[in-house]
Design a protein around this ligand. Structure first.
Ligand code: ATP
Ligand code: MG
Length: 276
């Protein structure tokens, strides 16, 4: 199987005066072109740390070892500049809270333009045309007006769409979505998941979808890796996770989901009886 990203025995430790606290103990997984790998796990299990370590988003207070191969090339040890160029270019990253990813004092249009200019030699006019078509593609109404707005003038869902638009505009080979739907309401969550599914089908990109929401993961992931305390504790498709997961936290998520589904069926039945 050809892989776009492969982590092998990745370890991350927090350097302290006398010792080192292990945060990610030994994580291995791989994602292929056109595949969406879901990374599931409770808060603090090491989901974000693993990808941040691979993508050069951790500072020198963290000690990283093992291997992270992108298209067969080792990322660990690459210079900060090389990794920065990779991010936003061949690797698109969408983060949990869109508000923290935009600078509050610059207009949306300027922030999109800055990213586009960093990765291309487009002139001003071309950047504007591409920005507008990117916003239209993300189904954002009145794109001209949106370019003039500041981040706080847009809703969380709109900002998330802009971020997905920026992350996918350079046709990345890998798209990392770290809890992309946690900070937004259920309806917008549904739309954002559909947007990601569309990108997955149209662009044949390899995708890492990080979440502690089993329902959201089940909608987009072809395969799921479960992390617990910095280690992979389960791996398989959604069916495997539903029926054969052994990790207690995963079982808890599965049972919680089953209880919600049962409740939903009861409500539907009642509504049906009232209509009859
Ligand atoms: N900046 C930091 N400095 C020190 N320790 C950190 C830092 N960020 C995270 N950690 C620790 O690293 C471990 C893994 O954290 P990580 O952020 O990867 O969790 P996560 O699975 O992404 O959780 P969440 O679902 O809450 O985002 C946790 O024990 C966390 O407390
Ligand atoms: Mg996280």
């Amino acid at each position: 199987m050809s892989t776009v990203l492969e982590l092998k025995n990745l370890q991350v430790g927090l350097r302290q005066r006398q010792s080192e606290t292990p945060l990610v103990k030994c994580v291995s997984f791989a994602v292929a072109p056109g595949e969406c790998l879901g990374i599931l796990g409770e808060s603090g299990s090491g989901k974000s740390m693993s990808v941040k370590a691979a993508m050069g988003l951790l500072d020198s207070s963290f000690h990283i070892s093992g291997s992270a191969l992108f298209q067969g090339e080792e990322l660990l040890g690459k210079s900060a500049e090389e990794l920065r160029r990779l991010r936003g270019g061949r690797v698109g990253i969408i983060l949990q809270n869109p508000m923290t990813c935009f600078d509050p004092i610059y207009r949306i249009g300027d922030q999109i333009a800055e990213t586009f200019a960093a990765h291309n030699s487009w002139d001003k006019a071309e950047i504007r045309t591409r920005s507008l078509s990117m916003l239209e593609k993300m189904r954002i109404r009145s794109p001209e007006e949106v370019l003039e707005k500041y981040p706080h003038q847009l809703s969380g869902g709109m900002l998330q769409r802009v971020m997905i638009g920026i992350a996918t505009a350079m046709a990345p080979e890998l798209l990392i979505a770290d809890e992309p739907t946690t900070a937004i309401d259920a309806i917008t969550q549904f739309e954002i998941l559909n947007e990601l599914l569309k990108i997955k089908h149209e662009q044949k990109v390899a995708m890492l979808f990080i979440s502690h929401d089993l329902n959201a993961i089940s909608k987009v992931a072809d395969r799921i890796v479960v992390l617990n305390q910095g280690q992979v504790v389960d791996e398989g498709d959604f069916h495997h996770i539903l029926y054969h997961a052994t990790d207690p936290y995963t079982r808890l998520l599965v049972e919680k989901r089953a209880a919600v589904m049962r409740q939903y069926r009861v409500v539907l039945k009642k509504a049906g009886a009232e209509h009859a």
